[in-house]
Design a protein around this ligand. Structure first.
Ligand SMILES: Cc1cc2nc3c(=O)[nH]c(=O)nc-3n(C[C@H](O)[C@H](O)[C@H](O)COP(=O)(O)O)c2cc1C
Length: 216
């Protein structure tokens, strides 16, 4: 029984394509510099807002960052954090880290900060009294939905967390109670692969335990 209209049926061909979408979604760090078509970001945010959220709180807040001065602050915040991170590694690992390209800040035509609004009254606290972190997890759902919807359009997104969130929050002058969940670079990818970049370059391998199911 459907409540509103007729629910679509997803067939085997769709399921195959959906799996392909999941397999070919990548964290993108090398971008073509050509702009996205007008309205792309709005359309992707519209789809992202279909994500599930605790108590139906819908706490994600998207901020596009195009102002050159603000971008500069974020570029510097990345450089500082990346330098500190490099110091945390030794030997070959340090050399490998130094070679990794961890941000598409210089080429991606779009940059998006995604915040979680911890002040939202929506959802009336449902599910958050026991596990307040669920609000942030809800935003992560929206980000993943955005990521997949983008890939379906041939658009890549790269998640950048080598940043001091306080500096990003200050640079973007957002309302109080918004806390940074993700900083995304978005644009057309310069390369495509079915394998994560960090797997390709030998930073980390596919984890067998990520597919393990404990039975209790
Ligand atoms: C919460 C989160 C934070 C991430 N932060 C970074 C980051 O700061 N820099 C980076 O290069 N990749 C970052 N990534 C991307 C991961 O490195 C990437 O998802 C992982 O290597 C697997 O590759 P894939 O997304 O292409 O499958 C982040 C991903 C997630 C989910």
């Amino acid at each position: 029984m459907t409540v509103d209209g007729t629910a679509p049926e997803f067939n085997a061909a769709f399921r195959t394509q959906f799996e392909q979408l999941l397999r070919w979604r990548r964290d993108v760090r090398t971008f073509r510099s050509d702009p996205l078509p007008e309205g792309s970001i709005e359309q992707l945010v519209e789809i992202a807002s279909l994500a599930p959220s605790v108590g139906y709180s819908q706490p994600w807040r998207f901020v596009t960052v195009s102002d050159p001065e603000r971008r500069k602050v974020i570029r510097t915040a990345f450089e500082d954090a990346n330098r500190d991170a490099l110091e945390g590694y030794d030997g070959e690992r340090k050399q490998l880290y130094a070679r990794l390209k961890l941000a598409g800040l210089d080429q991606a035509p779009e940059q998006l900060a995604v915040f979680t609004d911890h002040g939202t009254p929506r959802g009336l606290g449902l599910g958050r009294q026991t596990m307040p972190e669920m609000l942030d997890y809800s935003t992560v759902n929206a980000i993943h939905t955005f990521w997949l919807a983008a890939r379906a359009e041939g658009i890549g997104a790269g998640w950048l967390s080598i940043l001091d969130p306080a500096r990003v929050t200050e640079a973007l002058n957002v309302p109080e109670n918004w806390s940074l969940t993700a900083y995304l670079c978005v644009g057309y990818p310069a390369e495509e692969s079915e394998r994560p970049k960090l797997e390709q370059v030998g930073w980390e391998e596919k984890a067998a335990e990520s597919k393990t199911i404990l039975r209790r």
